[in-house]
Design a protein around this ligand. Structure first.
Ligand SMILES: [Zn+2]
Length: 110
């Protein structure tokens, strides 16, 4: 039996609508920043890099206006991508102005 896996993609835009960075989640790569926030919210067993965090890291010091998070199931349908507590903790440090995530085929503002 294959384990059900989802693809999560995050896009970051500046306030003029320019794409700053794109990232996908990883089930194999850990990241020290992911681990740092995972520890902070009490989930030290979740060091694998989430798309939102990788995307924000790739923006370096650029101000993120809008962070869009899309999650797809095995059939390519948009499903709920509500950011986990680890990523929400990271938002307080990277403070994107708006965070939107997919939910059953539409986008919802956090
Ligand atoms: Zn997360």
């Amino acid at each position: 039996m294959t384990k059900k896996r989802y693809i999560v993609v995050a896009h970051a835009f500046d306030k003029r609508g320019r794409l700053l960075a794109v990232a996908t989640n990883s089930y194999t790569k850990t990241h020290p920043v992911q681990k740092y926030y995972a520890d902070r919210v009490g989930h030290p067993h979740q060091p694998f890099a989430h798309a939102e965090i990788l995307c924000m890291l790739r923006c370096k010091d650029k101000q993120i206006h809008k962070l869009m998070i899309f999650r797809y199931d095995n059939e390519g349908r948009l499903v709920c991508a509500k950011p986990c507590p680890i990523c929400q903790e990271a938002f307080t440090a990277y403070h994107p102005t708006e965070v939107w995530y997919s939910d059953q085929g539409t986008m919802v503002k956090l």
